[in-house]
Design a protein around this ligand. Structure first.
Ligand code: MGD
Ligand code: SF4
Length: 751
């Protein structure tokens, strides 16, 4: 029972893409605990270890509390006032724009920013500074999933959601260590399996992980060979006539090549013909047999409801979009979509990669409301909503992440605002890009709550309010938007980003003598920053820019979100509908108001994805293709990287929480016992992991996790000798521009 001076404030977990609902306990203005919300459909009261502890960042002794500045990167930082700091930021960005044009500056944000923050920054950059150089870390994580959904379903983000987990009869978990990266969802899958032992769990992954422990069948393959596996499953489905002919006839077409040329069912069958289970088992290597492939294809196709779940093992790949397409193919072929317990459900890494970045315009090629930048009509809709001249937003997409940091290296981008992310550690082949960040030719602003590896390269560090110290919305994996209201005061002079962005823009307008920049923030002028300001930004975005779009959020006002235990799933065009929770399943008539309003016939489903004018689902002909680097005589091992349960990303937060740090204090290299025996490596030996780009020195963990010939390192450690992104490769998927963090070649040596 709460004591009289205690209050519990409802919000969302700060960390992963599951979006668990939490309550922060505050006593006399000081947080003391965090608990799950029992009636929230995201987590039903459960939290994982790191989620339970993130509140300890509040009031942490290392929090940034004052703006810090240095003119040159070799100088020490000095504390300065907000007035001075914002003047300097405006001066450096405006002088770069005056001398070199809008594309000489950039914003690099995060899937952890609140939606209001991403929306306002991108508005200032696009409408104000006339550049689409708006990027963020979701390029490193979700871009391939976006590409997959857009090309297969014509619409970004999943059709179903978590409610399918309790209804599924088969789980196909591929390229996701759900147990560690999305623990609360994994708990739901595990519960489903424990209560219903006949439910099948398939895990396809080159590494035996905590997730594999509940699998009926673990398919362990050589990294990068799973496109073969997926095509072979499609072949089994067709050969054994397990596909849903009626579903295909009503809703699907076949496509091939860059131009999306029409193909037929027979052409698809011919295309997958060489992917016999025997041939695929050979390509995949490991322990997979042809019969394993037949069996999992049958489970997938014949279950009463199959949910596929995947994450970075599929997305962070040279063929990330193709791999996404091939998973969707299986669902379309078998009609394992739209019905209860069936979905092709891409797990999102971060808490607001969907809501803030994918939906509100946080990548260089998309405008708010899932609008492609290159379409004039779309740009004009946004310009009209903002009351700025038509033609103000450039037609060309901006620089994607890897091109942006390459441009910093070349000196063509002169000023970058880095918000809520630490690219100096999280970019692949990071030492290469840190050279550009270190140069005095590029002015760097960092908005963060702590010093990080990236603030080492900053000219200006601006202290921001943390989660629960400000107000705003996060949108999680399942199209669900949830509000977190300010519950405690931020430390020192830390400020919410929406205030920082607005005050910066006002100064930019003066320095560039440009009334259009002033117009971009005029609707927000004078509003207090704790509630009225983010609310006005949310209202502008949802009311003016989601109307008629697939992510229609007009019903999800702050007032409605404030009343809901667990927020609203879009589309939710009216308050009345939003108050019922919104759309549980997209495209299903009777459940999705857009499917009803767009309905063209008597069929139960109506697709309206903005990218497919034919309103069909597309099955793609996509071949197996090699990763961009494979082991050879000099670098004979695959290296893969990923998350562990106790830590979040660059550990800037979880590394400062003693309980989490103690649980996992430093990175290590996982080596298969057979490889360790060959190399004379014993547990705890120090091992050099070296690629063509860089080297790490790590203690060995010898166990049957990674397949023979592969090593695994978690990527969170900030220590210079254990920062694995010195070793990873920066090649990326040409379609999504997402780097292939999951595969490169290394040598291993005991030292
Ligand atoms: P984070 O630690 O999440 O890592 O990489 P990053 O985004 O660089 O950075 C978040 C930052 O936000 C922290 O510095 C934190 O202190 C700060 N912060 C916390 N709260 C606030 C706030 O309210 N406001 C502001 N302004 N700052 C705040 C993530 C990136 O890394 C991603 S998304 C992926 S998926 C990639 N994964 C990956 C991998 O699997 N392997 C390897 N090797 N590298 C990877 N890098 C990628
Ligand atoms: Fe937070 Fe994710 Fe853990 Fe839920 S599963 S408590 S959202 S870190």
């Amino acid at each position: 029972r709460a004591a009289e001076d205690e209050a519990w404030h409802r919000g969302t977990c700060r960390l992963c893409g599951v979006g668990c609902r939490v309550e922060l306990g505050v006593k006399n203005g000081v947080p003391f605990a965090l608990r799950g919300v029992a009636d929230a459909r995201t987590n039903y009261g459960y939290l994982c270890m790191k989620g339970m502890h993130f509140w300890k960042c509040m009031g942490h002794k290392d929090r940034l509390t004052k703006p810090l500045y240095r003119e040159r990167k070799a100088d020490p930082f000095k504390e300065i006032s907000w007035d001075k700091a914002l003047d300097i930021a405006a001066e450096r960005f405006s002088s770069a724009v005056k001398a070199h044009g809008g594309n000489a500056v950039a914003y690099y944000g995060s899937g952890q920013c609140l939606t209001e923050e991403t929306y306002l920054f991108q508005k200032i950059m696009r409408g104000g500074l006339k550049t689409n150089n708006v990027e963020g870390n979701p390029r490193l994580c979700m871009a391939s999933a976006v590409g997959g959904y857009m090309t297969s379903f014509g619409a970004d983000e999943p059709i179903g959601g978590y409610a399918d987990l309790e209804k599924a009869h088969c789980f196909f978990i591929i390229g996701s260590n759900t147990a560690e990266a999305h623990p609360v969802l994994f708990r739901r899958i595990m519960r489903r399996k424990l209560d219903n032992p006949e439910v099948k769990v398939i895990n396809a992954d080159p590494r035996v992980s905590q997730t594999s422990r509940i699998a009926d069948k673990h398919l362990q393959f050589k990294p990068g060979t799973d496109l073969s596996l997926l095509n072979a499953m499609a072949k089994v489905i067709i050969d054994e006539k397990l596909h849903d002919q009626q579903f295909l006839g009503n809703y699907a077409v076949f496509k091939q090549g860059k131009e999306a040329k029409a193909a037929s069912f027979d052409e698809f069958a011919q295309f997958v013909a060489p992917y016999t289970p025997e041939a695929a088992a050979k390509t995949c290597g490991g322990t997979i047999t042809a019969d394993d492939i037949r069996q999992v294809a049958r489970w997938f196709a014949t279950s009463k409801g199959t949910v596929s779940l995947w994450c970075m093992g599929i997305n962070q790949r040279k063929q990330g979009v193709w791999a996404n397409n091939l998973i969707h193919n299986l669902h379309i072929l078998t009609g394992q979509l739209m019905k209860e317990g069936a979905d092709s459900l891409s797990l999102t890494g971060q808490p607001n990669a969907c809501g803030g970045v994918r939906e509100a315009g946080g990548l260089c090629h998309i405008l708010p409301g899932h609008r492609p930048v290159e379409k004039e009509k779309m740009r004009n809709q946004v310009e009209e909503a903002w009351g700025i001249p038509l033609g103000r937003i450039p037609a060309e997409p901006g620089l994607h992440t890897m091109d942006l940091f390459t441009a910093v290296n070349k000196g063509t981008v002169k000023a970058v605002w880095i918000n809520c992310t630490s690219p100096a550690q999280s970019l692949p082949n990071c030492d290469l890009y840190n050279k550009g960040l270190a140069s005095d030719d590029c002015f760097i602003v960092c908005t963060d709550i702590f010093k990080t590896r990236t603030t080492e390269y900053a000219n200006l560090i601006l202290p921001t309010a943390f989660h629960f110290e400000k107000t705003g919305v996060y949108g999680c994996t399942e199209r669900r938007s949830q509000l977190t209201r300010k519950a405690i005061k931020a430390p020192g002079e830390a400020k919410p980003e929406v205030w920082i962005a607005r005050e910066w823009a006002k100064r930019l307008a003066t320095k560039l003598n440009d009334p259009v920049i002033a117009q971009c923030v005029k609707p927000f002028d004078g509003l207090e920053e704790d509630f009225a300001l983010p609310q006005a930004i949310w209202d502008e975005y949802t009311q003016k820019l989601t109307k008629g779009r697939d992510n229609d959020l007009r019903g999800a006002s702050y007032a409605v979100l404030g009343r809901m235990a667990d927020g609203v799933q879009w589309p939710a065009p009216t308050e009345e509908f939003a108050l019922k929770g919104g759309t549980v399943k997209k495209f299903v008539k009777g459940l999705d108001p857009m499917a009803d309003s767009e309905s063209k016939n008597d069929l139960p489903y109506q697709f309206y994805g903005p990218a497919h004018e034919d309103r069909k689902l597309w099955i793609w002909l996509r071949p197996q293709a090699e990763p961009s680097e494979v082991p050879d005589a000099d670098y004979p091992f695959y290296l893969s990287t990923g998350r562990i349960i106790d830590h979040w990303h660059t550990m800037s937060m979880t590394g400062r929480i003693p309980e989490l740090l103690r649980a996992n204090p430093y990175a290590y290299v996982e080596i298969n016992p057979k490889d360790a025996a060959k190399l004379g490596i014993k547990p705890g030996d120090m091992v050099e992991v070296r690629s063509r780009r860089g080297v790490n020195l790590l203690p060995a963990k010898v166990y049957e996790g990674p397949i023979e010939g592969m090593v695994f390192v978690y990527w969170h450690d900030q220590e210079q000798t254990r920062m694995i992104n010195k070793v990873t490769k920066d090649d990326y998927d040409p379609a999504s521009k997402e780097p292939e963090f999951k595969i490169c070649a290394v040598q291993i040596q005991r030292v």
